[in-house]
Write a protein that binds this ligand. Structure first.
Ligand code: FAD
Ligand code: SIN
Length: 541
């Protein structure tokens, strides 16, 4: 049962849902998502969505804060688009039914690290869940958006899948949809489309400790890489400074670490070592509200210096009713671990949180493959540079999702070519996996290697070790993939390995420390050459 549509959207987080809604104003959409509709990083977002709303704030200040956090690598043009169009997209979200927290009738604005003004629009401390709810309801009300859950995109359809077109060069490649696995039937189908939007979110699951849910296995980055699309700045992985510390026994290896929002520090939270001492003033005059890379490295350094497994975040000096008013989700979750945050310090550790790099796109969300668009966390739009400013991610997803939808309209209106014949999925000669333990082990190995060698602090030796080990796992996984009838876990492992490879390769290409990439071998930024993006492309496809 091959499916056909105008526009295929892959992913049901803020980027996919918002883009699908905008596209549905002029075309039919199939939206696929690998679990249920609300299984996304978006659903976990706490702090909020940054935008210039207050009359005392200005576009210039938001631009400046974004560029400072980005450590010299932001693209001024896309940052300007992000900031100037931000307020309109926030009002779009409100129109679509999102209930943001208000004070005296006005949007309540919180402050977070790196922001010079309070500008974080939020729904208490479950902003993502509220946005996701409103968008899903709007999508489900549209008759020309078909949502297909439990359907995992395996690979994009390009010239190398098409009958007779294998010779097309990397520079003029097209995308015509995707092969997808219908998970609960273990069946592969193809969906062809004039335009395809990758909105598959992040890759936090590459790391042992992450705030990202199990879906964040970097599928979009990996699919784009395998198709020969251009990606950039994959070395810039943001580690959130404060995820709740729990012992290994308390969670399985896919389960996310619970986030203690940056807004808690914005609200006055103080970081302390286990002996109760404050330490942030040693690292940055902005203390707890320095950008995330600085706070995460400061915590990492204190943990290494003292041999501790966590530091504390202290909010006990604030009134309980205020804590409950602002952070009901964090309060209740911590209580499950017997931590009453109005009385007890919260044990926290950094965890992999966000991919600042990704599929290279222009300001209209076009990738280097014709007909392939991307938006949300899977992209490199240039707005985050070497480090993302807090709460700029949800904003990026809606601003560039909006641009994607506008560009796709032109693209499909002028669509003259014919989608070529693409064969059905052929799995003859493959067998069902009888040793799934191999996949579980390899997945754990990838996560451990990346955490130990490609984490907050890197070095040439660590990266080299990681590269060799990941290469071995790559060879084993490809071998297994070719022989096995596919299922979710093997596809996700294959994607994790591809992402690990890209992160390591990009980290090796960057011979300096900048933003989120810190290496002992080049401890400062290269002040002599112009800052450059690290661009990578798979030329073996
Ligand atoms: P996602 O929301 O992750 O959605 C991706 C979708 O793609 C999912 O539906 C997934 O199932 C689907 N998918 C993935 N692979 C496939 C595949 N192969 N086939 C089919 N479907 C697939 N940012 C902020 O700006 N403010 C915040 O306050 C904030 N807080 C955060 C808190 C946490 C705990 C986390 C983890 C992130 C937070 N972020 C925040 C970051 C932000 O939430 C994400 O960057 C953003 O939600 C990404 O949206 P997205 O639509 O690109 O991806
Ligand atoms: C948080 O609430 O600290 C997360 C904000 C973000 O990732 O932008």
């Amino acid at each position: 049962m091959a499916l056909k549509t105008d526009v295929l959207v892959i992913g049901s987080g803020i980027a996919g849902l918002f883009t699908a809604l905008k596209v549905s104003e002029y075309a039919d959409v199939i939206l696929i998502t690998k679990k249920n509709q609300s299984d996304s990083n978006t659903n976990y977002a706490q702090g909020g969505i940054a935008s210039v709303i207050d009359t005392k704030d200005s576009f210039e200040k938001h631009i400046q804060d974004t560029m400072v956090a980005g450590a010299g690598l932001c693209n001024e043009k896309t940052v300007s688009i992000l900031v100037h169009e931000g307020p309109d997209r926030i009002y779009d979200l409100i129109e679509l039914g999102t209930n943001f927290t208000r004070k005296d009738g006005k949007l309540d604005l919180a402050k977070e690290g790196g922001h010079s003004m309070p500008r974080i629009v939020h729904a208490r401390d479950f902003t993502g869940q509220e946005i996701e709810r409103a968008l899903i309801e709007s999508v489900n009300a549209k008759s020309n958006i078909t949502v297909i859950e439990n359907t995992l995109a395996i690979d994009l359809l390009t010239e190398h899948n098409a009958n007779d077109l294998k010779e097309a060069t990397l520079n003029n490649r097209n995308c015509w949809g995707a092969y997808v696995l219908i998970c609960n039937q273990n069946k592969v189908e193809k969906i062809t489309s004039k335009a395809t939007v990758l909105a598959t979110g992040g890759l936090g699951q590459v790391y042992l400790h992450t705030t990202n849910p199990a879906i964040a296995t970097g599928d979009g980055f990996a699919m784009a890489y395998r198709s020969g699309a251009l990606l950039g700045n994959m070395e810039f992985i943001q580690f959130h400074p404060t995820s709740l510390y729990t012992s290994e026994k308390e969670r399985d290896f896919h389960a996310p670490a619970f986030l203690i929002s940056e807004a808690v520090r914005g609200f006055g939270g103080i970081l302390r070592t286990q002996d109760g001492k404050e330490f942030m003033e040693k690292y940055d005059p902005r203390k707890e509200l320095a950008p995330r890379d600085i706070v995460a490295r400061a915590i990492d350094s204190e943990l290494k210096r003292r041999g501790d497994e966590f530091v504390y975040l202290d909010i006990t000096h604030k009134k309980k009713d205020e804590i409950l008013e602002h952070f009901p989700n964090i309060y209740n979750t911590c209580l499950k671990y017997e931590i009453d945050i109005s009385k007890d310090f919260i044990p926290v550790v950094p965890a992999a949180h966000y991919a600042c790099g990704g599929i290279a796109v222009d300001e209209n969300a076009r990738t280097s493959l014709k007909g392939l668009y991307a938006c949300g966390e899977v992209t490199m739009t240039g707005v985050h540079g070497a480090n993302r400013l807090a709460s700029n991610s949800l904003l990026e997803a809606v601003v560039f999702g909006y641009h994607a939808a506008a560009d796709i309209k032109e693209f499909i209106n002028n669509y003259k070519s014919k989608i070529p014949g693409i064969p059905e999925w052929d799995d003859s000669g493959t067998l069902s996996a009888d040793e799934k333990v191999l996949i579980t082990h390899s997945t754990k190995e990838v996560k451990q290697i990346m955490w130990d060698y490609v984490g907050i602090v890197r070095s040439n030796l660590r990266l080299e070790r990681a590269a060799i080990r990941i290469h071995n796992i790559f060879m084993e996984t490809e071998n297994l993939y070719k022989k096995t009838k596919i299922f979710e876990d093997i596809l996700e492992l294959r994607n994790l390995v591809a992402c690990a490879h890209m992160i390591i390769k990009s980290a090796q290409l960057r011979k300096e420390s900048r933003g989120l990439h810190y290496t002992l071998d080049y401890p400062t930024a290269d002040y002599i050459s112009e800052p450059k993006d690290t661009l990578i492309r798979n030329t073996h496809t």
